[in-house]
Design a protein around this ligand. Structure first.
Ligand code: NAP
Length: 249
């Protein structure tokens, strides 16, 4: 039995990469390719079982509303999810209890490992800050990956009652110390020539540790997207983060 998949944002950079990746899989069937202006009802007529959404933070909620409320599982790479949006997705899922939704701030398996390692390491260092670097066409800052990393680090440090990080700054220009997410400062760089990169810098007396991940090509996200498609069909409810579908015990 193949899984019928539709790609939303099919003419975009990530969507086009997903179409190539899905076409090469014998257990997956690409049944619809939808971009801005196309009729979303194709999802129903094509009998899609899973949508993969790489569209835009302003579009994704409308797509999820339609898919989930039509009983279609969703794999979501589009970023910009806050607590309010997640709560709305959970409400739709509660009304459709057989439907699964994976929302993953990063589909790079290496990136997911970088986030896990950073959270683990942050328990042992006095301070930690994040630098994320992306192409200049990116709409949101900080990136979803950086935000998620900061949340995971905050949770890890809270679990071992870490002291607040020292910072003697008494005057600073707006933004000079980055954006604060949980306990962690995030610095966002936007430059042509970059794809998606993140460095987590940890420091304590006499040593620092840098954990860096580089996405060099969008094809690097595809093993994670395929894992998400295959896993979401048997995982009802909301799954936030690809790490939940990886064996990281
Ligand atoms: P992109 O090249 O701009 O592609 C987005 C595509 O979606 C465009 O073709 C856009 O059309 C289309 N679109 C917009 N609204 C739509 C709708 N309602 N229905 C169908 N298609 C719609 O962007 P990208 O680089 O592929 O990135 C897409 C999203 O994925 C961004 O939020 C990005 O941050 C995120 N992302 C996530 C990961 C991850 O691992 N989670 C990795 C990379 C990127 P128009 O151009 O006409 O607006």
């Amino acid at each position: 039995m193949t899984i019928k998949v539709a790609v939303l944002g099919s003419k975009g950079r990530m969507g086009a990469e997903c179409i190539k990746a899905i076409a090469g899989q014998s257990d997956l069937e690409l049944v619809a390719q939808i971009d801005l202006g196309d009729d979303i009802h194709q999802l129903v007529s094509s009998q899609a079982q899973v949508i993969v959404d790489f569209t835009h933070p302003d579009s994704v909620m409308g797509n999820l509303d339609f898919a989930i409320n039509n009983g279609i599982n969703v794999v979501v790479g589009t970023t910009g999810f806050d607590d309010q949006k997640l709560a709305q997705v959970k409400t739709w899922l509660a009304n459709n209890p057989t439907v699964g939704a994976l929302i993953a701030p990063n589909f790079g398996l290496g990136a997911v490992l970088m986030m896990q390692f950073a959270a683990q390491a942050s328990k042992y260092f006095e301070s930690v800050e994040i630098v994320e670097l992306h192409h200049p066409n990116k709409a949101d800052a900080p990136s979803g990956t950086a935000t998620r990393t900061a949340e995971m680090i905050t949770q890890a440090r809270t679990s071992v009652a870490k002291e607040p990080m020292p910072d003697a700054t008494t005057s600073a220009l707006d933004g000079a110390r980055g954006a604060l997410v949980g306990d962690v400062r995030i610095h966002s760089v936007r430059l042509r020539g970059l794809v998606a990169h993140q460095e987590v810098i940890l420091g304590d007396t006499g040593e620092t540790l840098s954990i860096r991940h580089d996405s060099i090509d969008r094809s690097g996200f595809m093993p994670g997207v395929l894992l998400g498609i295959r896993s979401v069909v048997s995982t009802p409810g909301l799954t936030f983060g690809l790490e939940n579908f990886m064996d990281l015990a």
